[in-house]
Ligand binder design. Structure first.
Ligand SMILES: C[S@@+](CC[C@H](N)C(=O)[O-])C[C@H]1O[C@@H](n2cnc3c(N)ncnc32)[C@H](O)[C@@H]1O
Length: 206
């Protein structure tokens, strides 16, 4: 299983509740800051967003040429309703990107995706993204993580995420380096108004 889909996790599949939750837990403020400090997109860049969800990130992006993939039909429907005039969306699994003939891209993002998929799917996704990037292009990811010395409360929060493949900080990096040998990672803790920890990676294609 890749995702928890019962109890309160089930409610998050409704775009309106997911969006409300993002505001409530400070994830939108984090997203805005993450775009500014880590993604650093430039107007006119061609951007691939894998596991884009309802694509709220478009609120914080300059005028990029944006292409979003997600396997949730309700999220993609919501994204198209809100941003269809300025972006392209595909309701598809991460493994099928190649079939849509999109790209090449200057930048790819996968925000809160890797912890929803297992190692085999993650490696497949990384290979396909690498292929879709221009030389010098970059993939930026962010996912909840475990780390050594983590306070128990943060560990508890992260362990109960909807995604069922939350990894240790170093495990994300090891995975990414199989396809992007120079990938770098930053541990972000204390950026949300509740206990949480994020592994943010920048993976550049040589
Ligand atoms: C936590 S949400 C993040 C959404 C968005 N990136 C954001 O930051 O708001 C994870 C997203 O990954 C999508 N997802 C998970 N596994 C996927 C897969 N195998 N193929 C495509 N999308 C997937 C889910 O539908 C969900 O929208």
């Amino acid at each position: 299983m890749a995702e928890r889909s019962s109890g309160w996790h089930a409610a998050l599949s409704a775009p309106i509740i997911y969006g409300f939750m993002q505001h409530a837990v400070g994830a939108r403020r984090w997203m805005k800051r993450f775009v500014r400090d880590t993604v650093q997109p430039q107007a006119g860049e061609r951007m691939l967003d894998i596991g884009c969800g309802p694509a709220a990130i478009l609120h914080y992006l300059p005028r990029v040429d944006y292409c979003g993939f997600d396997h949730s039909a309700t999220y993609i429907e919501s994204a198209r309703r809100q941003f269809g005039a300025r972006a392209r969306f595909f309701c598809a699994d991460v493994g099928t990107i190649r079939e849509y003939g999109v790209g090449p891209f200057d930048i790819a993002i996968a925000i809160s995706l890797l912890h929803h998929i297992d190692d085999a799917a993650a490696l497949d996704m990384l290979a396909k993204v690498r292929e879709a990037l221009v030389p010098g292009g970059r993939l930026v990811t962010a996912d909840p993580c475990f780390f050594k010395g983590q306070p128990w409360i943060t560990r508890l929060v992260v362990a109960n995420d909807r995604g069922m493949n939350v990894r240790r900080f170093d495990e994300y990096l090891t995975l990414a380096r199989k396809l992007f040998p120079k990938a770098s990672a930053e541990l972000q803790a204390g950026l949300l108004p509740f206990p949480h920890a994020v592994c943010a990676m920048v993976c550049r294609k040589d």
